[in-house]
Design a protein around this ligand. Structure first.
Ligand SMILES: Cc1cc2nc3c(=O)[nH]c(=O)nc-3n(C[C@H](O)[C@H](O)[C@H](O)COP(=O)(O)OP(=O)(O)OC[C@H]3O[C@@H](n4cnc5c(N)ncnc54)[C@H](O)[C@@H]3O)c2cc1C
Length: 369
């Protein structure tokens, strides 16, 4: 074994002549010649369009000075009714999220579109609805696939309106406008869960070593100390007020919720492991909703229907749905299954509160209890 540094003699053309360098490593930037070098070190906002007497566009303060002043709904502070889209909206998330770049502002532009649809045409912000027993798989799918909250972390959040037996799911709403949710979406809400993706406070800092010991945790009990991007759930019995929003500390995404849950960070950003991610989330959601959110396979529900006096809520719902939607033939098949197999099994001890069923990996981890 040996280690060696290869030394090259470099000859690179520049504007004035030849540049000679020796004893360099072999992966330096100037190892290939360039015809033109474009200095691209930033931009200045060209506001000549607004420089007439009737229109004045002021700038943000400090390092955000190259951006025009805008409100959280992307509206000009100076000119009501004028909205900004694109990189010039980056003052809202400067050095925080990706709103200055295409991969970030493609989501804020979509949010702006929804805001303008509501404002100008009274079109409500789109949402999907589900039964509360489907909340866990719904959220697990979303946090593992959502691209808006992933790129615009802490700035665009999903909002779940809890409505008793059902929930409405709103995607990629600007977190800074939560206090006026009804005004901007057209949907009245009270009890909500906000789903946000966030880095830990100590994720990066000047001269911080990103490979330091203890930089990451895989322990669900330490989830609140996660540093890498991870889902955070804010439960509010009532929408946070405007004054609570204003009183936030600079590092806080949202005001103090009634309940808070962090899903532990994951190196692969896959938050679908049964014990580390799904189980703690389900327990949190059960705590918030006061509902049994366990999910079971149809076979297990059927078996329990014949061996227990009280069924888990998701099983009851399966049977309710099958009563209303399935053909009679399917139910006959179920009875046949019973007579073939289940009858001969010994009945598990009846327990209306907890069922001791084996964990199945094919169940998306939701059947953990
Ligand atoms: C070298 C480089 C690499 C990049 N790489 C990436 C990347 O990999 N991924 C990514 O997501 N982002 C990347 N970006 C950033 C991304 O390109 C910009 O954020 C994006 O192009 C900005 O789009 P925009 O429409 O907001 O502004 P612009 O593309 O700047 O569009 C503004 C338009 O307005 C016009 N205009 C300005 N003033 C006036 C006026 N007074 N009247 C009429 N028209 C006017 C301009 O001519 C221009 O056409 C990169 C940027 C650079 C410079």
């Amino acid at each position: 074994m040996f280690s060696a540094v290869v030394h090259y003699v470099v000859s690179v053309r520049n504007g004035t002549g030849m540049y000679e360098s020796s004893k360099s490593h072999d992966n330096f930037a100037l190892r290939e010649p360039y015809d033109r070098i474009v200095r691209c070190l930033g931009f200045r906002f060209n506001d000549t369009l607004f420089s007439g007497e009737s229109m004045q566009v002021s700038r943000s303060k400090g390092r955000k000075n190259k951006y025009p002043r805008i409100q959280y709904n992307y509206e000009s502070v100076d000119e009501p009714g004028m909205f900004y889209a694109g990189t010039v909206t980056h003052s809202l998330d400067f050095r925080k999220a990706a709103g200055g770049f295409i991969h970030g502002f493609r989501y804020t532009v979509r949010a702006l579109h929804h805001l303008l649809e509501k404002r100008n045409h009274n079109v409500p912000w789109p949402f999907r609805s589900g039964h509360v027993t489907d909340l866990v798989p719904f959220i697990i799918k979303r946090i593992n696939e959502a691209s808006g909250p992933y790129q615009m972390f802490g700035r665009l959040c999903d909002v779940i309106a809890l409505r008793g037996d059902t929930f409405d799911y709103f995607e990629e709403f600007p977190s800074n406008l939560i206090y006026a949710f009804e005004q901007y979406t057209g949907s009245a809400v009270s009890e909500i869960i906000v789903v946000s993706l966030e880095y830990g406070a100590n994720f990066s800092a000047p001269e911080a070593d990103p490979f330091r010991v203890g930089r990451a945790t895989g322990e669900p009990a330490d989830a609140a100390r996660s540093n890498f991007l991870h889902p955070v759930f804010y439960y509010y019995k009532q929408l946070p007020s405007k004054s609570a929003m204003k009183a936030r500390a600079p590092w806080e995404t949202l005001p103090r919720p009634d309940r808070l849950h962090h899903t532990v960070e994951d190196f692969l950003t896959h938050w679908d492991m049964p014990y580390s991610h799904v189980l703690p989330l389900r327990r949190f959601l059960e705590h918030c909703t006061g509902r049994d959110l366990r999910q079971f396979f149809a076979e297990d529900c059927l078996r329990m229907a014949f061996t227990h006096s009280v069924l888990p809520e998701s099983c009851r719902r399966q049977f309710e749905l099958s009563e209303t939607t399935e053909e009679e033939g399917v139910r006959v098949d179920q009875m046949k299954y019973l007579s073939d197999g289940v009858k001969s099994e010994s009945c598990p001890k009846k327990d209306s509160a907890h069922f001791s069923l084996p964990l199945s990996s094919a169940s998306l981890g939701v059947a953990v209890h």
